[in-house]
Design a protein around this ligand. Structure first.
Ligand SMILES: [Fe+2]
Length: 305
């Protein structure tokens, strides 16, 4: 089975430059049937599994970490179907050989289709989430791709625009490892592009593109893959440098999108050195440990405090 179903010349031009939506065949693989996912939830090491719930806004501050206890995979899936739960089986591909082989194949196909694409540090997790689950407005620090397998997802994607998120707001995510949420300004919504994903669709976008997700009415199963590239590392380091200089020394750096050549190089080298030396900015919002809940397939939202 080929993973990529329809990688056209247009897809090749858009990949990593613009929002890219295309089709794949992962939803037909027995590795992602409901039974396979139930089994995975049971055997996946718990230290690599996140069980979370959120309120109806989906905001990061409302996200709580949960305890699956001794529930079976079947019971957990039942709780996900009836509740507002979100399960992430992190590092799926590093842990289970048959899934590792699939990830290797996915990225081999991507590299065959896209000359010059050299991803490093490829990781992926399986997302299993409820009909009412939401992921808040945020940006990822690495390039990500969302491979939708089961259910329906509405994905809102926003362009790089100051009304969506300024450089300063995006730096905030890079400066603090604990939080990827961006301030969601009402003006951002007029820039939003909305995509209703069906099983067998993949969507990705340029690095640091703000986005949010709302599930629609059914059990959702998706793969989220992420990778790093030398260009992403350079951009992150340059923005890290700008972020530290802005906050510690009151500098007003030029817009990162307009910083090129030597100017960009000096910034990313300085940013990398700062990171290595542990130069950072004080944390304004301490990370909340989060109250815990227990998963209960028979409780109204699948959770019990
Ligand atoms: Fe994301």
């Amino acid at each position: 089975m080929d993973v990529l179903a329809d990688w056209t010349d247009q897809t090749r031009r858009d990949f990593r430059e613009r929002i890219t939506r295309t089709t794949h065949n992962l939803h037909t693989s027995p590795l992602f049937s409901e039974e396979a996912v139930e089994r995975l939830i049971e055997i996946h090491p718990r230290e690599y599994a996140d069980f979370a719930t959120m309120d109806e806004t989906g905001s990061r501050s409302s996200w709580k970490t949960g305890d699956p206890g001794k529930l079976s995979g079947k019971e957990l899936i039942r709780a996900v179907k009836s509740g507002r739960l979100w399960i992430n089986l992190r590092n799926l591909f590093g842990i289970h050989d048959e899934y590792r082989a699939l990830l290797d194949q996915m990225f081999e196909e991507l590299q065959d289709e896209n000359p010059g694409f050299h991803p490093v540090r490829i990781l992926g997790g399986l997302l299993v989430s409820s009909p009412q689950a939401k992921v808040p407005f945020h940006m990822d620090r690495t390039d990500t791709m969302l491979w939708h397998i089961s259910g329906k997802k509405r994905v809102f994607v926003y362009p790089h625009h100051d009304e969506v998120a300024t450089d300063e707001e995006r730096e905030e995510v890079l400066l603090h490892a604990f939080n990827d949420e961006l301030v969601h300004h009402p003006e951002a919504e007029k820039h939003a592009k909305c995509f209703d994903l069906e099983p067998g669709e993949m969507i990705c976008w340029p690095l640091h593109t703000p986005h949010r997700v709302e599930n629609r009415g059914t059990l959702n199963i998706s793969l989220a893959t992420e990778y790093t590239t030398p260009e992403a590392r350079q951009l992150n380091n340059a923005m890290y440098f700008n972020g530290v200089m802005r906050r510690r020394f009151g500098w007003q750096p030029p817009r990162i999108a307009e910083t090129h050549g030597l100017n960009r190089t000096v910034r990313y080298v300085a940013g990398a050195l700062m990171r290595k030396a542990g130069v950072t900015v004080p944390v304004e919002t301490p990370h909340e440990g989060g109250y815990r809940f227990e998963i209960d397939p028979d409780a109204p939202l699948g959770v019990r405090a």
